[in-house]
Design a protein around this ligand. Sequence first.
Ligand SMILES: Nc1ncnc2c1ncn2[C@@H]1O[C@H](COP(=O)(O)OP(=O)(O)OP(=O)(O)O)[C@@H](O)[C@H]1O
Length: 265
Amino acid sequence: MTGTRTAPDRVEFSGVSKAYGDGATAVRAVDTTDLTIEPGEFVSLVGPSGCGKTTVLQMLAGFEQPTSGSIRIGDDVVTGPGPERGVVFQKPNLFPWKSVRANVELGPRLRGASKQDRRARAENILDMVGLADFADRRTYELSGGMQQRAQIARVLVNDPRIILMDEPFGALDALTREKLQLELLSIWREHHRTVLFVTHSVDEAVLLGTRVLVMSARPGRIMHDIPIELPEDATDEGRSAAVRTSAEFTSYKEKIASAIYHAHS
Ligand SMILES: Nc1ncnc2c1ncn2[C@@H]1O[C@H](COP(=O)(O)OP(=O)(O)OP(=O)(O)O)[C@@H](O)[C@H]1O
């Protein structure tokens, strides 16, 4: 039989709903949702507080199962977590007593990579996220921004094809946040992984996303799917301010902020 195979990293939600609990006390978090994410897309997910953004991400991560409908990656139905998906949360979950390098090497070590291989991979990734000089520090010694960099390195070292990020920069100060946004954008431009990025910041959603999805109030469903095309490359630190103040950027922000505002009503 010669069936057509779907691209291996294509994400597809078909009629996905999620309720927590059952009976009269059930919380309907996500309503019937269809969604396709093509390989290499950077999709920002925004919406009113409690509308089900994290639930969408957790279902794709395989930590939660849909109540109805199904989620596929390529031809495979998601039934649990898998090595092709890496998850970055708002709070880094690093081992504080281990060095940055040991934290980053843990994934490859658990998968049986040789010492030489995992060392080389860790060095490469730590360099990429700007932590090469901090490899031997214990993670509790790092600032919040550095800890989040280490967390991103820990996910990237496993070479996931799909990266799921839930408010990863939400706890950082504005300057560090901006720096990490640009770094993430550079990494994505270079490696072109598929990214699903949950954020409360419309500015961040527009700056990073190739698409912004706006969810309605709970039970959430995707109300708007907005492709983003900005005039310039925002990864260049010198030009990012110009991008953020461009007419296109402002217009996207206004459109999305208004959609979120109306999603409440
Ligand atoms: N494990 C759970 N058990 C019961 N209810 C839950 C659980 N997780 C989430 N919920 C509820 O489901 C709804 C959607 O939550 P979710 O965290 O997905 O929304 P969100 O859009 O990410 O929220 P926020 O923007 O505030 O982070 C909320 O009403 C929440 O209280």
